[in-house]
Design a protein around this ligand. Structure first.
Ligand code: PRT
Ligand code: ZN
Length: 285
C-alpha cells in the first residue's frame, strides 16, 4: 500500500504543534522522544522524525514526500520543493537587531558592517534588495551574544516576543521576513501519493478554518434580523428560529475570529441578547 511519508521535527519548537495538527487531522500514530518513524494506524502515512534543518533536503530527495518546517528554514535552504499550505503556528519574524545605544536610522548603518546570523542566504538577499554591502558571519547558535563580545555590529535572528533581544541589550531595527510553520512538498509525487496529500490538505484546511471561526448564537428582536444578518452572514446565511416570546428570534451563525470583538460590539448595539460563543471542532469547506 502506498504511504505518504511526512517529515516532522523530532524535537523543538515545532514538534508539539505539528503532532497536534496531524492528530486533529485524524491521524493516529505513536509519538515518543526516541522514535525515528511511526506508522499512522488509520491513514496511509508514515511519520519521519528529523531535525528541522534537514527536512527541505529530505523532501527534495524524496526520502520524505512532504514536511512541516519553519518558513525561514524553507527560504534559507533554497531546495526544489513547494510551499503547499501555511499552518498558522510557530509565528515569528527574522529581524536585524543592533545594540540599544546605537542611533540606527536606516539600512545605511549596515554598510560595511559585520552581521552575525544563522540565515546567511536570507540576510544576503535582504542586503542586496537594499543596496547594502556588508560582511555576513554565519554562526549556528546564540547569535544574540555576538555584538556584546565584539563579533559583529548587528545580528539577524528569529524574534518572537522580543525578550531575548531585550535581555541582551539589543533592539530590533528591521524586519527581514515573517515566518510560520508551513507544509512543503516534493515535486512530482505521483498520483497515488498526490491523492493522499490532497486528502491531508483538505483535512488541514478544515482544522485551520475551525480554529479561525466561532459558532455564535444570540437572541434578537425581529426588526433587527436583517441588519444582524449583514454583520454575521455565516457560511450561507444565519439560521433564524422564532422564540416563544413574540417579536423575538434566535440567530445562529459562524463568525471569523479576526474581527470577532468588533462584531460582538455591533451585534450588541443592534439589540442582540444572550450571545453565546461556541468553538468549532472542524469546519468542512
Ligand atoms: O533541533 P532542530 O534543528 O530541529 O531545531 P532548532 O533548534 O534549529 O529549531 P527550534 O526548535 O528552536 O525552532 C524551530 C522553528 O520554530 C524555527 O525555525 C522557527 O521557524 C520557529 N520559531 C518560532 C522559533 C521561534 N519562534 C523562536 N522564538 N525559533 C526560534 N526562536 C528562538 C530565537 O532563535 C531566539 O533565540 O527564540 C529566541 C527569540 O524568542 P523571543 O520570544 O525571546 O523573541
Ligand atoms: Zn534546526
Amino acid at each position: 500500500m502506498t504511504k505518504l511519508k511526512i517529515a516532522v521535527q523530532k524535537s523543538g519548537r515545532l514538534q508539539e504543534k505539528t503532532v497536534a495538527l496531524l492528530k486533529e487531522c485524524g491521524l493516529s500514530f505513536n509519538n515518543g522522544p526516541n522514535r525515528l518513524k511511526a506508522d499512522a494506524h488509520n491513514f496511509p502515512a508514515e511519520i519521519l522524525y528529523l531535525r528541522d534543518d534537514d527536512i527541505p533536503q529530505y523532501v527534495q530527495d524524496g526520502v520524505a514526500d512532504v514536511g512541516i518546517v519553519g518558513e525561514n528554514v524553507f527560504v534559507e535552504k533554497r531546495k526544489d520543493i513547494d510551499l503547499i499550505e501555511r499552518l498558522d503556528f510557530a509565528k515569528c519574524r527574522l529581524s536585524i537587531a543592533v545594540a540599544k545605544s546605537i542611533d540606527y536610522e536606516s539600512t545605511d548603518f549596515l554598510q560595511g558592517r559585520k552581521i552575525a546570523t544563522s540565515y546567511p542566504v536570507i540576510v544576503q538577499k535582504f542586503l542586496d534588495d537594499n543596496g547594502v554591502s556588508a560582511e555576513i558571519h554565519e554562526i549556528s547558535g546564540s547569535v544574540e551574544i555576538a555584538p556584546g563580545i565584539g563579533l559583529a555590529d548587528a545580528i539577524c535572528d528569529i524574534v518572537s516576543t522580543g525578550s531575548t533581544l531585550l535581555g541582551n541589550g539589543l533592539k530590533e531595527v528591521e524586519t527581514v521576513m515573517k515566518s510560520e510553520a508551513i507544509l512543503v512538498s516534493g515535486k512530482n509525487l505521483g498520483s497515488d501519493k498526490q491523492q493522499i496529500l490532497d486528502q491531508l490538505i483538505f483535512r488541514i484546511k478544515s482544522v485551520k478554518a475551525a480554529k479561525n471561526n466561532k459558532y455564535l448564537l444570540l437572541n434578537a428582536p425581529n426588526e433587527s434580523i436583517e441588519t444582524i444578518t449583514k454583520v454575521m452572514p455565516g457560511m450561507k446565511s444565519p439560521t433564524v428560529t422564532p422564540l416563544q416570546e413574540p417579536g423575538w428570534s434566535s440567530l445562529h451563525s459562524v463568525v471569523n475570529e479576526d474581527d470577532f470583538w468588533n462584531k460582538i460590539d455591533q451585534l450588541k448595539s443592534l439589540g442582540a441578547q444572550g450571545i453565546l460563543v461556541v468553538p468549532i471542532e472542524k469546519m468542512i469547506l
